[in-house]
Design a protein around this ligand. Sequence first.
Ligand SMILES: [Zn+2]
Length: 129
Amino acid sequence: MLYHYTCSHSIEGINEQRVLLPGDQLPMAQLNMPWTTQFVWLTDMAVPDRASLGLTSNFIRCDRLRYCYLVTETAEVHPWSVVARDFPELRGQIEQAQGARPAHWFVSRTPVPVHMPAVHRIPESVMDR
Ligand SMILES: [Zn+2]
């Protein structure tokens, strides 16, 4: 079982289509999106830690841990540590973040099916509202 955490802005489309899309395959995808968007990002952390997953919202105000999708179809999902060998520059950028724990990161280049709507998680603290 893997998990995909996201903010409230994405769940309507995901709940409707029951699929997680790489950011660069979204209808509103722009040119020059960051490299990270070519993946669906997943984790094995059932109890997520914000810094470990890099979902810190340092640049945006969304709570990116607010909703959780459970992922059971993982045939096209690979550990980031394996995929990262092909993306040395990106690896250098994102693995340097304070508290990052890349061993918990999993990625897919292709859409990932989900079978249930998002689970609404309870904010961990006032900071998360
Ligand atoms: Zn958002």
